[in-house]
Design a binder for this molecule. Structure first.
Ligand code: PLP
Length: 409
């Protein structure tokens, strides 16, 4: 089998969490995440930070205004446990409008503190020691940490530069009767790849064979640059095993608001709600009506957001290519992957630590998104975020153009 099971020998939940996230050293000391290290480096050197994926511009004015109005009108106490009825109605309308999915706002939707809490509640509700969670590697860093917290083991299916599409045989080999859950993130962070309907069908079929659940992370659902996003939950037979997670943060450039949601059949959702109740209980009372307004914005908003981001992808990709990197062609998300090998660089983590001083730009080595065992397969790759103002990306490109010369001296 391709996906080797990752070792888990730490004893307490926090140690398992930290170890799974690669933050626990051999003698038990905690190290900061690469994101914290790179952001500190960016502010110390004044470099352009294309490390962390958050936009540097505000989202739609109507959505921001709706939150201010909600505070003024007194939406400042605990909202209902599953979210305010108007937001749940707006999520149901959204699923119908974009995907033709019928979701019951009373029993099949729960609003969460971002997609992160939905992921945590789903994993903690269903996974424990002895269970395996199949993920596509590289993966969003919270997946490994949450698997570690639950006691379950991560089984990675590799995605490879430059198109990062999974191999069907690798999926079939990774999913066994030990698999409790398959975690599917499309559009994908960190690679920007988008899984097509055929791949989704292979995943669902593997889940059915193993009687496993599927949890989808669709936070970039509206940020695709070609074919539209296809939720796994639209496939026949999905209702009995697919748990769908999304969030407002990326779509509306409100990553700090932490409004997410999970939709699933009542039978699958109730255990998740039970856990969620005792994680945060509720969050973001005045942001909930604002996101309801956002989800009801006309199609032109959603198309405009994707088009604008696609242009930004093109600006940064061209800059990276001109600088001498080999560059992926992301079909969605905030991110592009650059291979530093053509520049004669084999260790991207080392280059990322030097990049702020060399040319004044920050990126994140892709090795931060893979298990320690597999870091070697991704050694020369860097993730850059293009969810920044166009002139910031143009300036970053100009700086990166100096990289060849800087590396020679
Ligand atoms: C940003 C992100 C999240 C976190 O979403 P929140 O709503 O901020 O919790 C989850 N998954 C992926 C893949 C992300 O990129």
């Amino acid at each position: 089998m391709k996906g080797r099971i990752l070792g888990m020998d730490a004893s307490t939940p926090w140690q398992r969490t930290a170890r799974a996230a690669g933050l626990l050293g051999p003698s038990g000391q905690l190290s900061p995440t690469i994101f914290a290290e790179m952001s500190a480096l960016a502010s110390a050197t004044g470099a352009i930070n294309l490390g962390q994926g958050f936009p540097d511009e505000d989202g739609p004015a109507d959505v921001l205004e709706a939150a201010r109005r909600a505070i003024a009108e007194g939406a400042n106490q605990y909202p209902p446990g599953r979210g305010i009825p108007d937001l749940r109605a707006a999520i149901a309308e959204h699923q119908q409008r974009f995907y033709g999915l019928t979701v019951d706002p009373e029993r099949e939707i729960c609003v969460t503190a971002g997609a992160t809490e939905a992921l945590a509640a789903a994993i903690l509700a269903y996974c424990g020691p002895g269970d395996e969670i199949v993920v596509f590697e590289p993966y969003y860093d919270a997946y490994a940490a949450l698997a570690g917290l639950s006691g379950a083991q991560l089984v990675p299916v590799p995605l490879r530069f430059p198109d990062f599409q999974p191999d069907e045989a690798d999926i079939r080999a990774a999913v066994t009767d030990r698999t409790r859950l398959i975690l599917v993130n499309t559009p994908h962070n960190p690679t920007g790849t988008v899984f097509g309907p055929e791949t989704l069908a292979v995943i669902l079929e593997a889940a059915e064979r193993a009687d496993a659940l599927v949890v989808t992370d669709e936070v970039y659902e509206h940020l695709t640059f070609g074919s539209a996003h296809v939720p796994l939950s639209t496939l026949p037979g999905a209702a009995e095993r697919v748990i769908t997670i999304s969030s407002a943060g990326k779509t509306f450039s409100t990553t700090g608001w932490k409004i997410g949601w999970v939709t699933a059949s009542a039978g699958l959702l109730d255990p998740i709600v039970t856990v969620k109740q005792f994680l945060t209980y509720v969050n973001g009372a005045p942001f909930q009506p604002a996101i309801a307004a956002g989800l009801r914005l006309p199609d032109t908003f959603f198309e405009g957001a994707a088009d604008a981001l696609g242009e930004k992808r093109d600006i940064l990709s061209a800059g990276l290519r001109a600088a001498g990197f080999a560059v992926s062609n992301p079909a969605g998300s905030y991110f592009v992957i650059a291979d530093a090998a053509p520049l004669g660089v084999t260790d991207a983590a080392d280059l990322c630590r030097r990049l702020p001083e060399l040319v004044g730009v920050v990126g994140i080595p892709v090795s931060a998104f893979v298990s320690a065992d597999h870091a070697g397969d991704y050694r020369s790759l860097i993730r850059f975020a293009f969810c920044k103002k166009r002139d910031v990306l143009t300036q970053a490109s100009a700086r990166l153009a100096q990289l060849g010369t800087a590396l020679e001296t």
